[in-house]
Design a protein. Structure first.
Length: 277
């Protein structure tokens, strides 16, 4: 078993020393990934949500039916380590030249270990500054919701951040507010949580699905006018937890101490972090 820069490679039920050059994740982005925050014991408190999305993606991409068993086996075989972050990359494996594939090709796995940043609310106690990105997300319902390896839209969007942005708002090609470049998005309207529908584009994040089980939340089409009229705006991902949005371009939201936004963030972030205790 060989470790390379805290990255472990699992192929055919064995730890390997290199990632094949003809791997389809490298060639075509043919696969999925999950980024997880671990607790002190090395467990993943939100693994059931990651697993649920992985299963959805494996079915959508026509992976072998036993793929999840191989993933679970590799995770169980991972040696003890001090890291609190894990990126799991799932590839269809290596194949012949061309887009076609065999349904029984063995999958390849990368397990990348790292130290995650502090929770988002600790790094940005008064929220993040964002803006509307000029990159638009293509509508593709066959891929909507899953976390596939082809992230070129996000790469292009990240390159267009203004210097003062910590995140940005992505619209789809029809002008619907969809998500952040690295986060899911929520609006607080009175006492009602609303989040964009992700049936055409976007990633259905683990924190998003966790929140939907803990509070009534509507999924709706959201335009820019509605975003600007919200009482508060939040973002989330598996490493940051919940962060307030302080600004979207020239539009500013109240994220001061004692504000509705800060109280709501503290409420949900506290409940979330209890899972890591």
């Amino acid at each position: 078993m060989t470790e390379h820069n805290n990255t472990w490679i699992w192929i055919d039920g064995q730890w390997q020393t290199h990632w094949p050059s003809l791997d389809r994740a490298t060639q075509y982005g043919d696969g999925l990934y999950e980024t997880c925050r671990l607790n002190q014991q090395g467990d993943m408190p939100l693994w059931s949500w990651h697993q649920q999305r992985l299963l959805h993606g494996l079915v959508a991409l026509d992976f072998p039916i036993d793929s999840m068993q191989h993933i679970e086996h590799a995770l169980a075989a991972l040696p003890k380590h001090p890291y609190r972050g894990l990126k799991l990359l799932v590839s269809r494996g290596a194949g012949e030249r061309g887009y076609g594939y065999q349904s029984d090709w063995p999958i390849h796995l990368q397990l990348q270990l790292f130290q995650p940043p502090a929770w988002g609310h600790e790094r940005y106690p008064f929220g993040v500054d964002t803006g509307i990105n000029d990159v638009r997300l293509a509508q593709q319902p066959l891929l909507a919701g899953i976390k596939h390896n082809n992230r070129l839209e996000q790469v292009m969007a990240r390159a267009r951040f203004a210097p003062h942005w910590q995140e940005s708002i992505l619209l789809d090609t029809q002008g619907n507010v969809t998500e952040g470049c690295m986060s899911n998005l929520y609006l607080l309207e009175g006492e009602q949580w609303v989040t964009p529908m992700l049936d055409q584009a976007g990633v259905n994040g683990v924190i998003r699905r966790w929140l939907s089980q803990h509070t009534p939340m509507r999924e709706e089409r959201i335009d820019l006018a509605r975003l600007h009229q919200a009482d508060a705006v939040f973002m989330s991902n598996a490493l940051n937890g919940f962060v307030m949005v302080r600004s979207v371009d020239q539009m500013r939201y109240d994220t001061s101490i004692g504000s509705v936004a800060q109280r709501m963030q503290q409420h949900w972030q506290t409940q979330l972090q209890e899972l890591w205790q």
